[in-house]
Design a protein around this ligand. Structure first.
Ligand code: ZN
Length: 464
């Protein structure tokens, strides 16, 4: 039987409609869900619940990271500072150069970082997902996993060739079917599978149709990188004579069940089409701004009323960075304004993520909802003075203010200590896996710059 908890003494965020409000009340947790929120939890009804004193803390809905690639943390602190086609020259090769156990080691690191950030849900499309899915599942995170499908041979695109090969595409359909069979709906429905088409430049109409067909058959959400990079834009123009959005519209791929990530090169007509079809924008403003503010047409997107959810995408799991970057970028769209407000951005990372995932049990704190929550330490310098906690969180929040993270009623971090991972081992194993990957990368003969390294190499025998 799952543990029962009574969280007392804290404030919590409760949504009234779409407005997040701070409330008092003890939160009773039973069978993985919020059983009740009580002003005065006296009497015998909660005797069997373990009391947890959360005085001085603010309980928030667990943050929902609607787009990440856990394994690509292997590239942290490298490609942010390299010019070039990062997707095809670094990310795709890195995802292939790792051994299965190394993928798992880095995915564990990503979960550790996510848990420390108060994130309770991760949406993770990549390749070789079955290698690392069990490691992520063991950490207790709520997951949407997807094998990224493409029938252009993405391992060759980095050297300039776009070759479409159905057998290559079939590999990912086969792997996706295996993922669905093995993981979808498991762990009391904590783990789900999603369909992922990698991007419009590397998916033919045949591949898009396959992805859509499987999604419909199993009732799955779908995701795609949309108008992410310039080479995608140029390739779609060359192959199909239109924009990526128009190409997806022609293939009936847009819709409210599609989590479309980035929208960098969308024009205003594309935004209109995406808004009309209810397609979701998953925005990863922090990682997309590593080389300057992410230049998506955000004013048109906001004016069209598109529902925005947030992701971290590559090299970080820090949703505070995403919230802060979104606030800055989206306000910039109106010329140094105060729109959107912190409440709106907080909803990007909670309510809107749940809606994008079509899960009505997460993203809010209320009786009957899944106990997917995080606690913020209000008694820290960065949260003081505190007149608007949500404003402080969105403007100044960082993972260090998170004290507790819980998914489905299970503490994954309690009083700042991870409970499902040995953090030291996780860090060491992820570092070793990454060093091994870069050694192979350098030996692969890839004609791309290698990252600048200021840390000693493992062969130098100096441990950090
Ligand atoms: Zn991505």
């Amino acid at each position: 039987m799952k543990k029962r908890y009574l969280l007392t003494g804290a404030l919590h965020i409760s949504h009234e409609g779409r407005l997040p409000k701070l409330r008092k009340g003890a939160i009773a947790i039973e069978e993985g869900r919020i059983a009740a929120i009580l002003n005065d939890p006296q009497g015998s009804a909660f005797e069997a619940f373990e009391p947890v004193d959360m005085t001085g803390r603010l309980i928030i809905p667990g943050l929902i990271n609607s787009h990440t690639h856990a394994v690509l943390l292997a590239l942290r602190g490298t490609v942010e500072d390299i010019e070039g086609n990062l997707v095809y020259q670094y990310m795709v090769p890195a995802s292939y150069l790792l051994e299965p156990a190394e993928r798992a080691a880095i995915a564990r690191l990503a979960c550790a970082e996510a848990i420390r950030c108060g994130t309770t849900t991760m949406v993770d499309p990549l390749r070789h997902v079955a290698d690392y899915a069990p490691a992520m599942i063991e950490t207790g995170m709520r997951l949407w996993l997807a094998e990224s499908c493409a029938d252009a041979v993405t391992t060759e695109v980095g050297s300039g060739a776009y070759r479409f090969d159905r057998a290559f595409g079939e590999t990912f359909i086969k792997r996706t079917k295996a993922l669905i069979e093995r993981f979808h709906g498991t762990e009391d429905d904590r783990v789900r599978v999603m369909m992922a088409a990698h991007a419009p430049d590397n998916c033919s109409p045949w591949m898009l149709a396959k992805v859509k067909e499987l999604a419909q058959k199993h009732g799955l959400r779908r995701t795609i990188h949309l108008s992410q990079i310039i080479s995608e834009k140029l390739q779609v123009e060359k192959l199909h004579g239109c924009t990526s959005t128009e190409y997806l519209a022609q293939n009936d791929f847009l819709g409210e069940d599609l989590l479309a990530v980035h929208w960098t090169f969308c024009n205003e007509s594309d935004v209109e089409t995406l808004a009309e079809t209810g397609t979701r924008l998953i925005h990863s403003p922090a990682s997309m701004s590593a080389k300057g503010p992410h230049p998506l047409p955000i004013k048109a997107i906001l004016d069209a009323g598109v529902r925005i959810a947030l992701g971290t995408d590559n090299m970080t799991e820090d949703m505070f960075q995403s919230m802060k970057s979104a606030l800055t970028l989206h306000r910039g769209a109106y010329g140094r304004s105060v729109s959107p407000m912190p409440n709106d951005v907080f909803n990007y990372a909670t309510l809107n993520g749940a809606e994008a995932l079509d899960h009505n049990g997460i993203g809010r704190i209320a009786p009957g909802m899944c106990a997917d929550i995080a606690a913020i330490d209000l008694r820290t310098p960065v949260m003081t003075p505190c007149l608007s906690a949500i404003s402080n969180i969105v403007h100044y929040g960082h993972p260090g203010i998170v004290t507790d993270t819980m998914v489905a009623g299970r503490f994954l971090m309690r009083d700042r200590r991870l409970t499902t991972l040995d953090e030291g081992t996780t860090i060491d194993e992820a570092q070793a896996a990454t060093d091994a990957m870069w050694t192979r990368f350098a030996a692969s003969g890839a004609d791309v710059p290698m990252p600048v390294r200021d840390m000693p190499k493992p062969t130098e025998g100096i441990r950090r």
